[in-house]
Design a protein around this ligand. Structure first.
Ligand SMILES: *Cc1c(COP(=O)(O)O)cnc(C)c1O
Length: 432
């Protein structure tokens, strides 16, 4: 399998090389040249995440130097569960809990997979490999956790000062060793621009071999298809019905993985995106006009994205026009007041504590699906543990959120970060 840029001016590469580059040379994003076709029967008997991962991802690693290691990579990545939970009184609803990894958010899957792949790639290059990651909260922690302690690899995490929750910040800044945390005087889009600018900076790339671990990296996208495959297969085997998926969406990486899994033949019903008040995607689907903008701060901060990068991939796979995209997916924006209302309501009605991101999906399910639609089977993708956002959640539900043990351990570690201006020159100096 070869990987092509969405802008198609770069040579086709095997997956390990596409991963190491992150971004294609022409500024586009890597996509596989074709999607393998599966049916539910192809996974007969496979139940565990590592087994399903290996079956699903094998075609994507065909002819790659990492192919012989894929089973090991999957076992090391998928060593925590992604359970389906039925909320009290809602037999037709499931929460797909993606927050049982080391940093308690779904990004642990992609980050661990990428780290496992990168650490197995031979690197005949004398320049030190530096993983750059811009984060609106959860990415940086997951990437830091995935790469921490891997020999020969440095990690630089860039996050917007004052825009991540206190516990998220601790998860970005607690690592030390090969992980360097920079708090940027700007917003998430400014952090993303710095990463893109760093790749274009000749002095930086002469000194270091740069690699991006953002959700634009194909090595993060591929493993995210796995939990959609596993969840849809489990529900399809149980009910005979392909479940709909409602996906909290920011940069569109998680939802794209869901759309790709469905395109490959996994039994997935309608896919619905829930955004926060950053409504670039719902506006595009409504007006056919793609209008990226600055992000605004919301309670679901890991989704504060005004220019969702993965739309370039979505349009490349499914068609450039809003009509082509609308025939695959719908999208609704959820305001902060609605997020708050949903957190209160889910706790009261379902006995479930939702993080603000997951609450956008629950709100869309209750308030935006048609009455008839609501009778089918729906999965709400639970992207983070609520304990990461306790400053939002606890005042609303009036009780403390229990902290998972892995998260509690990280929160005890000392926090170190370096302030930095929002420009590439500052980053160049900091990395020198
Ligand atoms: C990153 C993140 C999202 C958004 O995912 P995208 O792939 O950027 O769309 C949603 N919820 C949480 C908790 C996240 O960390």
């Amino acid at each position: 399998m070869r990987y092509l840029s969405t802008r198609s001016a770069s040579p086709a590469l095997p997956v390990s090389e596409a991963m190491q580059l992150g971004l294609a040379g022409d500024g586009g994003l890597f996509l596989p040249e074709s999607l393998p076709a599966f049916s539910a029967g192809d996974f007969g008997g496979l139940k565990t995440l590592p087994d399903i991962a290996h079956r699903l991802l094998a075609p994507f690693f065909e002819d790659d130097v990492l192919a012989p290691d894929l089973a090991e990579i999957c076992a090391a990545t998928f060593d925590f569960p992604a359970p389906l939970v039925t909320p009290k009184g809602e037999p037709g609803l499931r929460l797909l809990e993606l927050f049982h990894g080391p940093t308690a958010a779904f990004k642990d899957f992609g980050a661990r997979f990428l780290a496992q792949c990168m650490s197995r790639c031979d690197m005949p290059d004398p320049r030190p490999l530096t993983v750059l990651v811009a984060t609106s909260g959860d990415t940086g922690g997951a990437v830091a956790a995935g790469f921490h302690g891997l020999p020969g690899i440095d990690v630089a995490v860039l996050y917007p000062e004052g825009r991540v929750s206190p516990r998220q910040e601790r998860q970005l800044t607690c690592w030390g060793g090969n992980v360097h945390a920079f708090r940027v005087r700007g917003d998430f889009d400014a952090c993303q621009r710095m990463v893109k600018g760093a790749f274009a900076d000749p002095a930086l790339s002469a000194a270091r071999r740069l690699c991006s671990a953002n959700s634009i990296n194909i090595g993060r996208l591929l493993p995210q298809m796995v939990y959609y495959a596993a969840a849809s297969l489990a529900l399809y085997r149980e009910t005979g019905e392909p479940p709909g998926m409602i996906v909290p969406t920011g940069n569109l990486g998680n939802a794209l993985a869901c759309l790709l899994a469905r395109r490959m033949g996994l039994p997935i019903g309608p896919v619905v995106l829930a955004t926060n008040a950053n409504r670039t995607i719902p506006d595009f689907l409504r007006t056919s006009d793609w209008q990226p903008r600055s992000s605004i701060a919301t309670l679901a901060s890991a989704m504060d994205v005004g220019n969702p990068s993965n739309m370039e991939r979505v349009r490349s796979v499914f068609g450039e026009t809003a009509d082509a995209v609308t025939s695959e997916v719908r999208a609704y924006a959820v305001e902060d007041a609605e997020i708050e209302r949903e957190i209160v309501r889910a706790h009261r009605d379902w006995g479930e504590i939702l993080c603000p991101h997951t609450a956008t999906a629950a709100f869309v399910c209750r308030e935006r699906l048609g009455e008839h639609e609501r009778e089918s089977l729906w999965t709400l993708v639970a992207t983070a543990h609520p304990a990461k956002f306790e400053t939002v959640v606890e005042p609303l539900i009036g009780t403390p959120v229990p902290v998972p043990a892995a998260l509690a351990r990280l929160l005890e570690l000392p926090s170190v970060s370096q302030p930095i201006d929002a420009d590439v020159g500052a980053l160049r100096n900091a990395l020198a």
